[in-house]
Design a protein around this ligand. Structure first.
Ligand code: ATP
Ligand code: MG
Length: 570
């Protein structure tokens, strides 16, 4: 491709709307343009990267037994009502009506659609297993569309659905997908990690996320360096500390005037935050719920949501004062039962001895509170956010923390959708059974941003070779070098190399800047000095290494370099 004939509208200015490096660089490198918040056009360079990723994803899905289809983006409300998700999905679903006022949505995901299709087509166990996938736009009206294509309202997803006879079949499909995902991200040239994950609105009980490791990633990953444990912190649990062996002292009310926060109370009473019981209040449509966590812990609202299992919200202080006569800042678990408040507590509360909590009286706290003696808890559960330094729940080694961008998510669904939509097959024993399903998503367009997030410097993008828009760029520095550069361009192109030949009449400085910004892995510079010596200057964008290759050997050298670099991503 000749740069002069191609459309790469690079920007010198850093766009003010962009926070993340990947967002800034995609705009600056002329890969995307914004149409509206969360809606983006991919320009030629961006589109080439998408196609590369799509190609790798398709190859690996096909290899893992997937069959590609294309389902409608517009989906009838009816099937979502049957699965019960029309209401559950909430504001994230983009809804529309046709001219007859019939309800539809723009698919945020396709479990309902695919289950309905398979239900009408597949009758017998003989036709199983089935693995069906598509690559298509998805629509989610995210509360905060941001970071460009990283969290967009329209994005490209690969979604595969597996249909099996039994749990064993599902395990095989899940494993096949897990392995396919490992190959996909390896082949994209990315550093990634598979982690245990929460299933969220999709459902099911086993799920893994694939994270591209990057310090700016939204997801926090806890992992163990001594064993193989790794989990999203939304899901991660840690081992419990040993119970303290201490005599139970007498409950005592102490005055703590104006001391309402954890740091204030612990400083005032000279105790550690691990000695404090924090009482947080939530509400459902039916009741108030108090949630207890240790003063040094954070509540994990995802775990709480899984336990409550219905819509809930934080109860504001005014509501606690008005409806329960509780003084905010001085609340505690003792006496809440009498107020008909449900009490949930993190498992670590159970092991506490002679703790401190609010006295449910303005400006007072209680000392020597002992959970087993002084108050009742409806349910103890793991409700805290695990953190770095916690002992691993598998081996006890302290957990480490890192961050990542979620690029893939796989789920064992079981019969959640097949039961709701009555999708059954006739098994060998003649009995009608619901399909055992799994679903497997990859954020194809998010991978573009994640790859940049992981691979960039102050000058621009450093594309991993397998997903780079071009493999090689050639810069001709002056008019005299153009003929030699042209020859290299022709030869490399004929050898099947993807080349961007910067043939523009621009100053060398502009060409170098654009080359660094766009981030093509291998840069060949044909300049007056090296050319006079029969050589070409070569620079590797990712590492900054540079060398000189003799002009007559250039094609062979480039091919060898590309072969080795691609082999490193297998
Ligand atoms: P997140 O937690 O980031 O919102 P999710 O759990 O809602 O993701 P899934 O429903 O598992 O995502 O969707 C499968 C994949 O689609 C995700 O792993 C991610 O790569 C991608 N994806 C999800 N939401 C978006 C979005 N708003 N923009 C771009 N990609 C997305
Ligand atoms: Mg989401």
């Amino acid at each position: 491709m000749r740069y002069a004939d191609y459309y790469i509208p690079t920007l010198r200015e850093v766009p003010s709307e962009a926070e993340l490096d990947s967002h800034k660089l995609m705009l600056r490198a002329g890969m995307i343009r914004k149409a509206a918040a969360g809606f983006y056009s991919f320009l030629p360079l961006g589109h080439r990267v998408l196609k590369k990723i799509t190609g790798i994803v398709e190859e690996e899905m096909d290899r893992a037994g997937g069959m590609q289809v294309l389902l409608p983006i517009v989906q009838p409300a009816e099937i979502w009502r049957q699965s019960g998700r029309w209401d559950v999905y909430g504001e994230e679903m983009l809804r529309l009506q046709d001219r007859h006022q019939r309800d539809f949505c723009l698919g945020p995901t396709h479990e309902e659609m695919i289950t309905t299709l398979v239900k009408d087509e597949v009758r017998s166990y003989r036709e199983l297993p089935l693995r069906i996938y598509q690559i298509q736009n998805k629509y989610r009206d995210e509360i905060r569309p941001r970071f460009g294509v990283m969290r967009a309202r329209e994005f490209i997803m690969k979604d595969l659905y597996s249909f099996d006879r039994d749990a064993e079949g599902l395990n095989k499909s899940y494993e096949a997908m897990y392995e396919a995902y490992e190959r996909i991200f390896t082949r994209c040239g990315l550093r990634f990690r598979a982690v245990e994950a929460d299933s969220g609105a999709i459902g099911g009980d086993v799920s893994h996320e694939f994270m591209v490791l990057a310090p700016s990633g939204e997801a926090v990953i806890l992992y163990c360096e001594a064993c193989s444990f790794a989990a999203n912190n939304e899901k991660a649990t840690a081992a419990l500390p040993k119970a303290i062996d201490e005599a139970l002292l007498n409950l005592e009310e102490v005055e703590t005037p104006g001391q309402a926060t954890v740091p204030e109370v612990t400083a005032f009473l000279q105790v550690g935050p691990d000695q404090l019981i924090k009482t947080l209040f939530y509400a459902t449509d039916e009741e108030f719920i108090a949630v207890l966590v240790r003063g040094d812990d954070e509540l994990n609202e995802i775990k709480l949501g899984n336990l409550i299992n219905k819509p809930f919200r934080l109860a504001p202080p005014e509501e606690l004062a008005a409806r329960l006569a509780l003084p905010v800042g001085y609340v505690g678990p003792i006496g809440l039962k009498e107020k008909k408040v449900k009490v949930l507590a993190d498992l670590r509360i159970k092991t506490m001895k002679n703790a401190v909590c609010g006295a449910n009286r303005q400006d007072y706290h209680l000392r020597n509170v002992n959970p087993e003696r002084d108050f009742t808890v409806d349910t103890f559960a793991d409700l805290r956010l695990a953190k770095a330094g916690d002992p691993c729940s598998h081996c006890g080694h302290p957990l480490a923390e890192t961050r990542g961008v979620e690029v893939g998510h796989i789920f064992k669904l079981g019969t959640k959708y097949s039961s709701a939509l009555q999708a059954t097959f006739r098994d060998e024993d003649g009995v009608e059974k619901p399909f055992i399903m799994g679903c497997y998503g990859i954020g194809v367009s998010r991978i573009v941003a994640a790859a940049i997030e992981q691979n960039n410097d102050q000058d621009g993008i450093k594309w991993p070779l397998p997903i780079a828009p071009f493999q090689v760029t050639i810069l001709a520095l002056g008019a005299e070098q153009k003929a030699a550069a042209e020859e290299i361009y022709q030869e490399l192109s004929a050898a099947g190399v993807e080349v961007l030949f910067d043939d523009r009449d621009e100053r060398p400085g502009v060409k170098f800047k654009d080359a660094d910004l766009i981030g093509i892995p291998l840069r060949l510079t044909v300049g007056p000095k090296s050319l006079a010596q029969g050589e070409v200057e070569v620079k590797v964008r990712a590492t900054g290494e540079d060398f000189r290759w003799p002009l007559p050997e250039i094609t062979a050298r480039v091919l060898e370099y590309l072969r080795n670099a691609m082999d490193a991503c297998r």
